[in-house]
Write a protein that binds this ligand. Sequence first.
Ligand SMILES: [Zn+2]
Length: 113
Amino acid sequence: MECPYCKKEMEKGGIGANFWWRDNGSSDRVMWEKVPLCSIWSNGADGFYCPDCRIIILPVPEKLDSPMEKIKEKWSKLRGDVEERYNDYKSEQEAEKYQKKKEERRKKDPWEV
Ligand SMILES: [Zn+2]
């Protein structure tokens, strides 16, 4: 990777596991926004270091597999499934209603309608 400041090639390396980036927080918030820099199951994250500019660039993994993220993912999938089933059920009911109305009309005396 090229250093964005001096344009020299950066040294490839990494940081150890269990590091987080977090914002500085504010008085109205109890929680910091935390961004894990690598998966909690891995030994660390790959990063790039420029010794001239004394800067490190650390690509953050897109998909985090922390237990909490996994639970959230499963939960939202489950919710989606439930919603889908409910919508299927509703449209089935609508179809049944429509069918019943159709049959009722058919049973009626055609001269009455
Ligand atoms: Zn540099």
